[in-house]
Design a protein around this ligand. Structure first.
Ligand SMILES: [Zn+2]
Length: 1023
């Protein structure tokens, strides 16, 4: 009896705070997250994409980790030996940059004030703080990682793997040192990768300079003219190039333009015609001079580089495009990637004019010591004085910036370390093309293969202090015999002669070499560190103990799946495959699942530095961890990124304020509703931090929270109605029709969810469960058995089926909403510890270790599912009509259904259920049903539903009400139209505000259309 139930005091709102803490602690105490190699079980292992210790996690990470935990929890329930390996990444440049920025802002110091060890100590302190924060965030989300195995890419185990990898690659000749043009960040003073840049178009200029030809003969041009956007780089020029076949090149360009013109749409034709005209003009005006210059280049003639008075050659190279600029280009191999290639082709000197800090060096002559910008001004002025500045044009310039320091990038020739990609990349391509590593969705395979196919050597050195210092020692002046004598009998030291610099490169496997390791010589340690991706590339095997042949490595490697985002397929996924194959001779994982990205209201990815990263802890505080997880899973489709506009929630009045580009980085915000102030995640000053914290939340988690509450309340009802429950096998004849239906549905849903998760279709799994639990279990089955639960003669079976259904639903939902399901599981154990239909069994002590439900094909009954499907349609139609016509809740209505005889027969047995579920009584089924005179009406596939409304509603009053509503809507629409007709408003207000007003008008017009239709319907009934 409900009165006796110990569950009467359960709150009607699920209290996520207390449940989360309680159950996470319980799981940890029970050791459920631990995993050990177990010969009797099949392993299932995921290594976490290690979050950067740069900062706390945002919703993008929450999504990534939710998906991993869903898989891990499900596989654990399926009986696999599951290991989720946790850890964090030192994130070299990113972390050093934030700590340096903080140092400058708060103390006015640079890294040089602290020195290498001082700065590194600061970064370690930062790491400790954020690692703890990250792990706490993951725990609050319910992540079931094996925390005792937590690794960090700079810890001794990972560091040892890095040393071993470097040593072996160096010994095999795959790692080398060389001069290369790199993207140089003059602020952080390090090389940065292409992927660490962003491009911005800024207003700039084209300066046209004239270089005098040395000993120009009669008829020859006296000068060559070149154009540049970076005048100061002329100081590093080592040639001027002209096309080797300017006539042919112009012909080809014209032919191509003519071809495009023939098939171009009308609106593009004028532009193409102008381009063709330009090519013809160039042929007339420019070609004779270009032909002369080409001949001079062939003759080995020189021009004089002004300002420095350095003779430089004219060369013939296709990089000079006769259809562009002056047809000639200056060549600065040390400061431009294309010129660098030209320099290599012609064996030109490569003159670096920059210091690491971006000022000019001794090669810049009188401009030495100047900044790039100062030198630019002076060079232009001096060229002008010499009469060698021909003209200046304004141009929009695409400029690369460093993502970390936000400063413009300089191309610079530097000494760097490289990893040869040829063979390694091919192995990684083969692994994916051959199907050993499967990328899901498969459309991401192409990017992976394309990137690797370039086989560009990987620049692995970075001029930073935070990271794995390259284990190389330089030795000058020694003979090979000296090295042999010094390292005699040592397998762990190898060396190679560096031709370019005339020095020995010595690599040591473990430990550091002392300065005097070679007697009489002084060794110098390489100061650079390795690219951060070098250590993360080893993550799947370094975390398992490689290079030691640990039991873990043997058992868990290759891991099962990697869950990551598409941004790092080449940076990370490809490199893990490469180095896994190299180091362990096996792939690192069998599958890679690429999940969608979470975007903000503007369609931008979330990031700490943009200020649009939402802390999952905020969302959990408002909605609970389960709702966060369910909401994210529900949105994880295979095709779409997740658009997530977010709001600040005022801690004073709970009012919402849209987060925008303008307000998202503010440390404090004034609530527009209650005018009180609150702090944001950017609060750093003590005064700001003292203010109450405003959460950043998204309405997109509302559905998940409602779902959790729905399940909670249905569970609460079930628990209260299980008093007196006794387990016993239930024989087929004892089952009511709704029991057979819910058992069939459970079987079907179990199969669907199992299949969805096996194929990484997270949204599908969440949607199937949402629909089933909400509309079928809670709204339907629970309502249908209510009557039986009050009836002593049939209560037993109803209780057994109800307990079993709830048990199965909890297990299916556990991977997605672990806390709520554990909470209910434990409560259920108090009243129904043994559950099941065929052979009841004692339930597991925690849902975490309960077995995953098996779909029982014998229970699957397509006919009964079809019958209930129709039943639900009719029921929904009756309910809709009732609510549409405002029929009072308790008031009973009569309805009839016109359908074919077979459908009528199918539905007739369910007649009694319409009374409790919709306060409705069926008066007719079948083809002969006639509509009552005053009816609410709904059309369904193959059926028409009529609800008799005679005497139920006061038609005249209803019509009057509708007419008033319509008039009201008319005046509001008029006001809205007036507002939008005001050009003062539409021009001045931000576009988003205007759009909002337009949407409002549309909404009002929709409402009017609906009201009109309802009025027409009523009027028809009146007639
Ligand atoms: Zn407020």
């Amino acid at each position: 009896m409900p009165e006796e139930s110990p569950f009467r005091d359960l709150p009607t709102q699920y209290d996520h705070f207390s449940a989360q803490d309680r159950w996470y602690r319980f799981w940890q105490q029970q050791g459920y997250f631990r995993s050990q190699p177990h010969p009797g079980r099949v392993p299932y292992c995921i290594v976490i994409p290690p979050p950067n210790v740069t900062g706390a996690l945002h919703l993008g990470h929450a999504l990534n980790n939710t998906l991993q935990d869903i898989l891990i929890r499900q596989k654990r329930m399926q009986g696999y030996e599951t290991l989720w390996m946790p850890g964090t990444d030192h994130a070299g440049i990113a972390t050093q940059a934030v700590v340096e920025r903080r140092l400058l802002a708060e103390e006015g110091k640079t890294r040089h004030d602290l020195g290498r060890s001082g700065l590194v100590a600061r970064i370690w302190a930062w790491k400790e703080e954020y690692e703890a924060r990250i792990i706490s965030q993951l725990k609050q989300m319910g992540c079931s990682c094996d925390w005792e195995r937590t690794r960090f890419t700079l810890d001794p185990v990972c560091a040892r793997a890095v040393r071993h990898t470097f040593f072996h690659l160096f010994r095999e000749g795959l790692i080398y040192r060389g001069k290369r043009l790199v993207n140089w960040d003059t602020s952080l003073q390090t090389a940065v990768a292409d992927d660490e840049l962003f491009h911005e178009t800024i207003p700039g200029h084209f300066w046209y300079f004239r270089y005098p030809v040395i000993d120009a003969k009669a008829g020859e041009p006296s000068h060559v003219t070149i154009a540049t956007t970076r005048p100061e780089t002329m100081l590093g020029d080592t040639a001027v190039a002209v096309h080797p076949d300017p006539a042919g090149a112009l012909d080809r360009v014209e032919a191509e333009l003519l071809q495009r013109l023939a098939s171009a749409p009308e609106k593009e034709k004028d532009e193409l015609r102008a381009e063709i005209e330009d090519v013809r003009y160039r042929r007339r005006k420019l070609l004779p001079e270009l032909l002369a210059l080409r001949q001079m280049a062939a003759d080995g003639r020189m021009v004089m580089l002004p300002l420095l008075n350095r003779p430089i050659p004219l060369v013939a190279d296709e990089w000079a495009k006769p259809e562009m600029g002056t047809g000639c280009v200056k060549i600065t191999p040390a400061h431009d990637p294309n010129d660098y290639e030209v320099g290599l082709r012609h064996g030109l000197p490569m003159i670096n004019i920059l210091q690491p800090d971006g000022t000019l060096n001794e090669n810049a002559g009188p401009y030495q010591g100047q900044s790039v910008m100062a030198a630019r001004e002076h060079v232009v002025a001096d060229m002008d004085k010499l009469g060698l500045l021909w003209k200046v044009e304004s141009r929009a310039i695409d400029l690369a910036h460093s993502d970390r320091s936000k400063t413009p990038i300089e191309s610079m020739l530097t000494d760097q370390w490289f990893l040869k990609m040829e063979r390694l990349a091919q192995m990684a391509i083969d692994a994916v093309v051959g199907g050993r590593v499967r990328i899901i969705p498969p459309r991401y395979t192409k990017g992976y293969v394309d990137w690797l196919s370039e086989k560009r050597d990987w620049p692995i050195s970075r001029q930073l202090w935070w990271g794995h210092q390259i284990p190389i020692w330089y030795c000058l002046g020694a003979s090979e015999q000296e090295l042999q004598a010094a390292f005699m009998g040592r397998e762990d030291v190898v060396w190679r002669w560096d031709e370019q610099q005339g020095q020995w490169l010595i690599c040591a496997l473990e430990g550091d070499l002392p300065e005097d390791a070679v007697p009489g010589r002084k060794l110098r340690r390489e100061e650079d560190v390795l690219d951060t991706w070098f250590s993360s590339a080893l993550w799947p095997h370094s975390t398992l103990g490689w290079p030691e042949p640990t039991p873990e490595l043997k058992y868990y490697y290759p891991t099962s799946v990697l869950i990551t985002s598409r941004d790092i397929i080449s940076l990370w996924v490809a490199r893990m495959v490469m180095l896994g194959l190299h180091n362990v001779q096996d792939i690192p994982f069998h599958e890679v699942f690429i999940h969608p990205k979470i975007l903000d209201a503007y369609g931008e990815g979330m990031s700490k530095s943009k200020g649009n990263g939402v802390d999952p802890v905020d969302v959990m505080e408002k909605f609970g961890a389960d709702s966060l997880r369910f909401g994210l899973a529900y949105l994880t489709t295979e095709t779409q990124d997740i658009r997530m506009p977010v709001d600040f929630e005022c801690p004073h009045c709970k009012g919402l304020l849209e987060q925008t580009r303008e307000n998202r980085m503010l440390p404090r915000i004034t609530c527009p509703r209650c005018h009180k102030e609150f702090a944001t995640q950017w609060a750093e000053k003590p005064a700001d931090k003292l203010l109450p914290h405003g959460l950043v939340v998204s309405e997109r988690f509302q559905l998940a929270r409602n779902f959790c509450n729905k399940l909670w309340n249905a569970s609460r009802f079930a628990l209260m109605n299980l008093a007196g429950y006794s387990p016993a096998p239930v024989a087929e004849p004892q089952l009511f029709v709704e029991d057979r239906w819910i058992l069939s549905r459970l079987s079907t849903v179990t199969r669907q969810v199992t299949e969805s998760l096996a194929n990484y279709r997270f949204a599908e799994a969440a949607r199937v469960l949402h629909e089933f639990v909400w509309f079928e279990f809670c709204d339907f089955y629970v309502e249908m058995v209510k009557g039986r639960l009050q009836d002593c003669s049939v209560r037993g079976v109803a209780q057994r089926v109800l307990a079993h259904a709830l048990d199965t639903i909890l297990r299916l939902l556990h991977p997605i909403i672990p806390f709520l399901t554990e909470e209910v599981w434990q409560l259920l154990a108090q009243v129904a510890p043994e559950r099941g239909i065929d052979a009841p069994q004692r339930a597991a002590e925690s849902i975490m270790i309960a077995p995953w439900p098996e779909a029982d094909p014998a229970r699957c009954d397509p006919e009964i599912e079809a019958r209930f499907n129709r039943f639900q349609q009719v029921l929904r139609a009756v309910r809709d009509i009732r609510s549409r016509q405002n029929v009072p809740q308790k008031k009973q209505v009569r309805f009839s259904v016109r359908c074919d005889a077979a459908t009528g027969e199918l539905l007739r047995p369910l007649e009694p259920y319409f009374r409790p579920l919709a306060a409705a009584v069926a008066v007719g089924w079948g083809p002969d049903v006639e509509p009552p005179s005053r009816a609410g009406h709904a059309v369904l596939p193959g059926m028409e539903v009529y609800v008799d409304l005679a005497g139920l509603i006061d038609l005249d009053a209803e019509i009057a009400r509708k007419q008033k509503e319509l008039a009201d809507l008319d005046s509001r629409i008029a006001a809205q139209q007036k507002k939008l007709a005001n050009t003062d408003f539409t021009r001045r207000a931000p576009p988003a505000v205007v759009q909002k007003e337009r949407d409002r008008l549309k909404e009002l017009e929709d409402q009017k259309a609906r009201a009109k239709l309802a009025l027409e319907r009523l009027a028809a009934g009146q007639a």
